[in-house]
Design a protein. Sequence first.
Lengths: 381, 641
Amino acid sequence: MRSKKRQSDGVFLMPEGDLKRPHSPQVTLLCLLFAGMLSIGFINLYSASIGAPFFWTQLRNLLITLSAFFLFGWLIPIKKVSAYTYWFVGLICVLLTIVLFSGRIAGGAQRWISLGPISFQPSEFAKLAVALSVARFFSANRQDAPYRLRDIMPLAGIIGIIFVLIFAQPDFGTAGVCFLIGLCQLAFIRLDIRSVAAVVLSTPIVAAIGWNMLLLPYQKLRILNLLNPQLDPQDTGYHALQSLIAVGSGGLFGKGYMQGTQAHLRFLPERHTDFIFSVFAEEHGFWGSVLVFVGFGLLAYIALDIAKHSKDTFSGLLAIGLGTLIFLEFIINVAMVMGIFPVVGIPLPFFSYGSSAMLTICVSLGLLISINRTNSGVSKR
Amino acid sequence: MTRIHKQDSLLVESRFLWASLSVLVLLSGLFFRLWYVQIYQGEYYQGISERNRVRKIEIPAPRGIIYDRNGDVILGNSPFYDLVYIPQYVQDRDTTFKVLSRLLHVPTNRFETRLEMAQGQPKFLPITLKRNLSQHEVSMIEANKIFLPGIEVRVAPRRDYGPDVPPHLVGYLREIDPKGLQKLNKDASGNPYLIGDLVGKQGIEARWEKHLRGKRGYRLIQVDAFGRQTQGFEERGWQFPSVPAIPGSDLELTLDKELQKIAREAFNGKNGAVVVLNPQNGEILAAVSEPGFDPRAMQNGLSAEEWRRLTEHPFKPFLDKTTGGEFPPGSVYKAVVALAALEERVVDENKTYFCPGHFTLGNRLFYCHERHGHGTVNLIKAMLKSCDVYFYQVGVELGVDRIAKYAKALGLGQMLNFGLNMERPGLVPTSAWKMLVHRFPWAAGDTPNVSIGQGYNLITPIQMANLYATIANGGKVWRPYVVNRVTNHVGEIIYEHQPELIHEVTEIKPQTFDMIRQSLMAVVMDPQGTGKNAIVPGVTVAGKTGSVQVVSLKKNRNQGDVSMNWKEHAMFAAFSPVEHAEIAVAVVSQNDPIGGGGRSAAPVAGKIIAAYWKLKEARALARQQAEAPAPGAEEREAAKL
């Protein structure tokens, strides 16, 4: 068996909860990557938010997000996380419902909840909720036969509710990411081929019905704008073009830190959030961007590796979900910035301003470390 | 299908390979796109990025300055503020116009017509929406600039007209029209005209346009997304290239600013023209044409109402009457007839005629302006009294063609090719001319009228001045000129005018000219002379009055009752001093409100001549004082010795 080779992991065998030494090369790599990406992100945010206090706000919030990272990485055992999953999912659903009715409006959608001085975006945490609920569902409902459609109906229900709640904000980007996270996790489960075929074949019909009967005209318009930026050249088309100009004008080595004309002369819209990668690409050019690509690629492979070596379904699926979350956001954001994807409001992990997103990323990485620590400690017999 | 950790995990192991491949494919896709955008198309996007932030600001060139003969500025430039519209950067035209209209209280359709005029030119070229903004308007625009992308206030040097600029001679500027733009740009390669440029339309401004206009430069600035200029990058040692504007060449005129001012003041209230020139070389010292117009208003653009008022004015303000106004010369012409008569030996200085107040030829009666008659008159007396009967006699004896021969020799009846504005040739009638034009033979009754300068005769004021200049200098017909020298922006002289002799009158002997000069002097200096109002103490002046009846008047009609258009033209032509004249003046007052040449035109000429001598004296004195060595220097010289 191939898995026998893995017993060499026992070198890193450590008691649970020991903070002093890293438990596996994955954890070391993850910590280094986390620190590295975070530093690059912050340095870049400083340049992107010159003249605005975003950098300092983000730095202040880093205290909270970092503590979340350590909390989930070392202090809370993964079993606890598993146990409280549905409570968390329930809470997110409630928050999303509240947002729909009394959220703060920003960028044409209701996305924010304000509690005194704190305001946050529940839809960011919904991504986590999806990853958690999928993992929890399959660990609790294990069956040896391939899953049929009716077997996973409850899970479909949960994801469907989350999806619809976010979709109605409207925030198609985040809703889509949630859906895709669930889908990617399902891809690792044995599904009944007939069920898959049925779903794939019925998708156009469901989409057609939904389009014609459920969506309001303004929502349709928004989706059309998304798919065809020329329809709305004033906003998204202009943004996408300026972003492409920023990336393209970076060239091989970029214009230099703090020298990006597109960003500093305010041609780039949303340069501290969705379009922050164009700031980076403009100032640091091709090689800088490649470095970031490599970082995210590495992160994705580490997440896959952690999932592969996890000892139970919950840990494995959760690791897949978390890796997908980070990597998918990266792919969509960068594709959007480089003009090959419609402009949807997806932040770039580690780079974009936004504490909800940052907290989600930190918790995800913490959970990945926690999973790895839990699993590598137990050798497979 | 194998599962890892068969007992615990539901995850399918083979899917990890697919997942890894997917990650790789996605990353490669992004990588390829990155390479395509940043490396393959990098230069293209760099270009766009530069164009995004760098704006080319045109620097208009100031037109050349026009100086008078003493180096005083006749016409210079001052900064003016214009509102310009750059189509490239305007996001919402209608909103922009609405905001502007509210700020400047100008209807939006005025802006739209300006835009329509500029259709078809490149989008980055500015279009002038409104000229000459006030300080207040400039600050209003600047304060609201964030709402007005693509709208800028630009400062441009523009003509600064003082009150004493002769509008006809110097000319005026008007905004170029699209048709004229194409025509002008055909031969202005390398320095094209743009919509909204001002171009010379009359006088010196039009004639010397090529030299005066200069060449525009440009300057690059960095702007942010709202089109606001930013300094940041230049502070870090960046310098954008810029090309300075080259000012137009300066003109030095022969005009004397002071004399011009005095001539204009002296002529105030009359309609017509004054020409003052130097008989020894033909340089114009002053030229007035009234009524004038305001060149400032022309530069700013006239409203339809103002335009109509100017074009329907009975005295044609746009016409430069010094070269383009043709008038019957009247008694001023008698000098020509006298010259012809003396030269053809029809009369000599002693021959007399009797003037009973009228002259009969066949069955027609010609009156003298003095109905009671002048009695027995010789040449001198006939000139000084301006006796018509004497000249009727002389004219009839000479015949029209012999008068014409001398008139043409003296430069009348043909253009002087002065080169400015629309010049008219005037008219010297001959029998052949009448046959050709009127298809009717010359009648004997036409000659008396011609010999006193009425009838078919026509002369322009500049010809009149030149005629008397020729008499004064003994037969040299100079070509009048006004631009003495053209100096470019670095001080090189690129054109210098040499006085040009059109021809020398050989038909007339110097003694004859001398005799005429003596008689013309008597006109002014004799207490009985018709031109005694032009007398200037201390110098000799020679001249001749003229009063031209526009319609023949009944015996006891009073001039005062006659309507404006029927009043007589008052003329006076003079030169001073009588020998070696330095100044020749012609005054033509159309439908003069005061009276004839002696009463109305002569005092004007007198004032101008008096001012000329006074100015000359004052300048000589000033020069003397400047050249005289300082008293200290003399003492030092003495101490050395």
